[in-house]
Design a protein around this ligand. Structure first.
Ligand code: ADP
Length: 245
């Protein structure tokens, strides 16, 4: 459903993404792993157009975006594409001056033009799903980090995206708060959402991954199932996999 072809991104003299090809299957979980600085976040942000690639194509179902063409992408095209991909960030990125439910309905009301009452009703169902219905009228600062991240997940789901993108969703959390977020993600995996996730948590990654992409220096060093990565015989990959448990 999501095809990436010959994708490239450079920052000055640093080639961060170096002509990547990936097929991401619908209703599956794809995990991106690799050393720090290998381009994982840049790749993920490209799928949400928070980072604009220099060249290459990204196709999502029936829409293809071509980067690096003479004619720049139109704003409307980008907005339409962005609506289809929901991003959950490391640092939650909630609006601090809005309540939990206001955070959740912001996108549905302003971007999807939903009626406020309907957006609130749907938002409350999502808050139930992440176990936070009773926090609807509180502000993010009144919530723990784990709770804030669960709200951020509900906010992403409220846009009914075709793909959910997670960028190290628990890296800003203390270990005791990580679990509640990982459990919510596991529920979404079981419900067969299409998920792309960057994580260093190998135990969790092994549990949820249908497909693993190992990045190094902006290239895909190996991809496949976890067991195929172990069996690849690549010393750098083995070292990486055993260093993080
Ligand atoms: P990873 O997620 O694998 O740690 P990133 O995609 O965050 O890697 O970064 C890859 C490389 O690109 C790093 O060397 C990083 O410093 C560089 N980089 C990322 N974003 C920017 C930016 N906006 N400007 C300049 N360099 C950047």
């Amino acid at each position: 459903m999501l095809q990436i072809r010959n994708l490239k991104k450079r920052y000055e003299d640093l080639q961060v993404i170096n002509g990547i090809d990936v097929d991401i299957e619908s209703n599956k979980t794809t995990v991106i792993i690799g050393p720090s600085g290998s381009g994982k976040t840049t790749l993920l942000r490209s799928l949400n157009l928070l980072t604009i690639p220099d060249s290459g194509d990204i196709s999502l179902n029936d829409t293809t975006l071509r980067f690096g063409e003479k004619r720049p992408l139109q704003k409307k095209q980008m907005i339409e594409f962005r609506k289809k991909t929901g991003m959950v960030f490391q640092s939650f990125n909630l609006f601090s001056h809005r309540t939990v439910i206001e955070n959740i309905i912001e996108g549905p009301v302003t971007v999807l033009k939903k009626k406020k009452a309907e957006a609130i009703q749907e938002g409350m169902v999502l808050l139930e799903k992440v176990g936070l219905a009773e926090k609807a009228n509180q502000y993010p600062s009144q919530l723990s980090g784990g709770q804030q991240q669960r709200v951020a997940i509900a906010r992403a789901l409220a846009m009914k995206p075709e793909v959910l993108l997670f960028d190290e969703p628990t890296s800003a959390l203390d270990p005791e708060l990580e679990i509640e977020v990982l459990e919510i993600i596991k529920t979404l995996v079981k419900e067969h959402y299409t998920i792309v996730i960057v994580t260093h948590k190998m135990g969790f990654a092994k549990e949820i991954a249908d497909h693993v992409i190992f990045l190094e220096n902006g290239n895909i060093l190996e991809q496949g199932s976890f067991s195929s990565l172990y069996q690849s015989g690549n010393e750098r990959i083995n070292k990486f996999l055993t260093s993080l448990q």
